[in-house]
Structures are given as C-alpha cells and as structure tokens.
Design a protein around this ligand. Structure first.
Ligand SMILES: *Cc1c(COP(=O)(O)O)cnc(C)c1O
Length: 361
C-alpha cells in the first residue's frame, strides 16, 4: 500500500466533530449544542415530507426548478443564479473543488467555521487562517493575507461560533479589495435571524466576485434533511452545475425545503422568538457574571474567566442534563457556545450557570 497515496492535504484533515447529543446515563437531555431550531420545521414542511413518500420510486428533478423559484420569490432573487445542495456544506465543497486546488490558498478567519478549512484541504489547497479583532471579522487582516495564490475568502456573517457580524460597508470594502482572481464567499447560515439583512444577495447581483451560501438547517429547522443553497454570478453557477451530482437532492428534500421557504409566517415567528429569547439569555448570563458578545444569530458565546472554568461549567451542565458546545477547536477554549432553545431550555441553562457561578460543582 505504500505507493498508493491520497492527494496532498487530505491526511491533514481532522474529522469534523458535531455537537454532542447524548450524555451517558441521562435520559432527558436538553441539546443546545448544534444551533438547531427548537420548534422544529414548519408544519407545512412536515406535511410535504409525508406526501413525498408517494413519489419515492421516481427520480427527483435535476434542475431543482421549483425550489429555486420558491427561494427566488420569497427572497426577491433571480432563480437562475441559485444552486441547491446537500446542506450549504455541499456548496462550500463545490466552490473549493471548482476554484481551489494544489498551490492555491483559501482564506478563513481565526474563529471561522471548520468546514472552510476541511473543504480547502479536501481540494488539496492551502487553508490560510487570519486573525479576528476581539472575535469580530477583520477586513484589513483578510486583505493583508491575500496573495497571488488566493482563490477563495470565506466569511460567515453572522459568524459561528462568535455570533458577531460586520456591516455591509465593510463587506463591500472586502469585495472591492480582494485580488481579481479571488471569490468572496459570504456564508449566510444565520442571515435569516437578522431582520432586514439580505445575506449579501444584492452585492452578489452587483459584482462578479461575490457568492452567498444559505441553509435550511438553522431557522427552517431542517438540519436532519440536509438542504442548502448558493447565490452566485451566472458564470460561477455555470461552473458549479457541471460538477454537482445531477440527483444531489432527493424528492423529499426538495419538497420539504419548498414548503418551508414558502411558510413565511412560521419563519418569522421562529425568528422573533429567537430574538426575544436570545436577549433574555444574554442578559441572564451577564447577571451571573458571564458576558457574551452581542449575538445576531441563534446562539450566544458565553465567556468564562479561563479554560478551566469553561470546562468545569460544561461538566456541571452535563451533570444537569444540558449539552452546550465547547469551542476549544475554534480557538475559544474559555468559551461555551449555547444555542437559543425554547423558553424552558433558556431558563434552565441560565439557572444552572447561575448555580455553577455560585459555587455548585
Ligand atoms: C450550521 C452552519 C452551516 C450550515 O451547514 P449545512 O450544511 O447547511 O447544515 C453553514 N455555515 C455555518 C457557519 C454554520 O454554522
């Protein structure tokens, strides 16, 4: 086997670790580790899933026309600039496959989403990490890190796991300043949580070097079904369509996503509830001496005094049946990322952190 070798970079990939969902010996856990919608998907999407069982002997559409039309209508976009994928993860993968490769660089930020590095390495490209400023994307650091070899710049806005975001003027400055051979990818996994923010869609339409990715896994509560999409210049869509699998999305995925995006009232209700509970949670934690940056997403990043305290709190919470996310892998070892759950879960996690800070172990 010694002469059979994988492509360069592949053995540098550390396996992605998802949020925990079980605690040994605890039956009714509250899972706040994967930024899932605590209310689940829209009832209309659930009905669409059930109806789809009657079509499972048929191959799904290859052009995703109905879903793209629905997304375009709801978000006010152009349907022929949309590409749908198996989660936004697939769009990220396709972008790296298409535009990165051996000898090229892919920029991501210090506390950026793990999939950017993984997908860059999977394409045998070199991931380049740039520092953030106090857990906020720093446009100047990114521009300083750009070279002739840079092909892609990934930023999540709002970012995961920090929850912070930068304004449109900064994003425009970034799009303007990157080298001409480089694409800027705006990961909008949490864009729906920000009222009045289009995730960068208008910028995509105005420029030829900006791509936006979106997902049904967060606000739409369909993480288990794996559906995402991208919005890009037509030239980029043309490239990505050549490499994506023709039947990448199943009949069930397509039907659920279409129903979910069309149920605007449900999406709005989930967003408003998240906004209300996120503010409540951040304030309750602050009262217990645990600060959070202002989050614009469906989680907060709770900062502890040091790594030891964060780990002790995580262990204490697990003992109470609560699962949150350790983010040491994101260079934030003194923090815990806590998804905004339903009201009872928010109260429970805030109460337990209060007990922990008061000396419970
Ligand atoms: C959750 C998340 C995604 C979504 O990934 P899917 O593959 O669509 O489930 C993308 N980017 C970021 C930053 C995320 O946190």
């Amino acid at each position: 086997m010694t002469s059979i070798k994988p492509q360069p970079g592949l053995m540098d990939i550390a396996l992605y670790v998802g949020g925990k969902s079980h605690i040994d010996g605890v039956a009714n856990v509250i899972k706040l580790s994967s930024n899932e919608n605590p209310f689940g998907p829209s009832p209309a999407a659930q009905e669409a899933v059930k109806r789809s069982v009657h079509e499972l002997h048929r191959y799904p559409s290859t052009d995703h026309a109905e879903l793209r039309t629905a997304i375009a209508e709801v978000h006010g976009l152009e349907a022929d600039r949309i590409i749908c994928g198996v989660g936004s993860d697939e769009i990220i993968t396709l972008l790296c496959q298409a535009y990165a490769g051996p000898g090229t660089e892919v920029i991501h930020t210090e506390h950026g989403f793990a999939m950017y590095r993984i997908s860059a390495l999977a394409a045998s490209a070199t991931p380049v990490e740039v520092r953030e400023r106090e857990r906020v994307t720093d446009v100047d650091s990114i521009l300083d890190a750009c070279t002739e070899a840079t092909r892609l710049v990934f930023i999540a806005n709002p970012n995961n796991p920090t929850g912070t975001m930068i304004g449109m003027a900064e994003i425009e400055r970034l799009a303007e300043g990157i080298p001409e051979q480089c694409l800027l990818v705006l990961d909008g996994a949490y864009a729906e949580y920000v009222e009045g923010y289009d995730g960068g869609a208008r910028l995509v339409e105005m420029r030829d070097n900006v791509v936006m990715t979106r997902t049904f896994s967060k606000l739409y509560g369909l993480g288990g079904l794996r559906i995402g999409w991208g919005y890009a210049p037509r030239e980029v869509i043309d490239v990505l369509m050549r490499i994506r699998g023709p039947f990448n999305l199943s009949t069930t995925q397509l039907a659920a996503a279409e129903a979910a995006v069309r149920d605007r009232a449900y999406a709005e209700k989930c967003r408003d509830e998240n906004t209300r509970l996120r503010a409540w949670l951040a304030e309750a934690l602050a009262e217990h001496g645990v600060p959070c940056d202002t989050s614009t997403a469906n989680f907060v990043l709770a900062r502890f005094g040091d790594t030891e305290e964060a780990e002790a709190c995580d262990a204490y919470l697990q003992g109470q049946g609560l699962i949150v996310r350790k983010v040491g892998g994101y260079k934030l070892p003194n923090c815990l990322r806590i998804s905004v759950g339903d009201e009872a879960s928010c109260r429970r996690v805030a109460y337990c952190i209060g007990q922990f800070k008061a000396g419970a172990r």
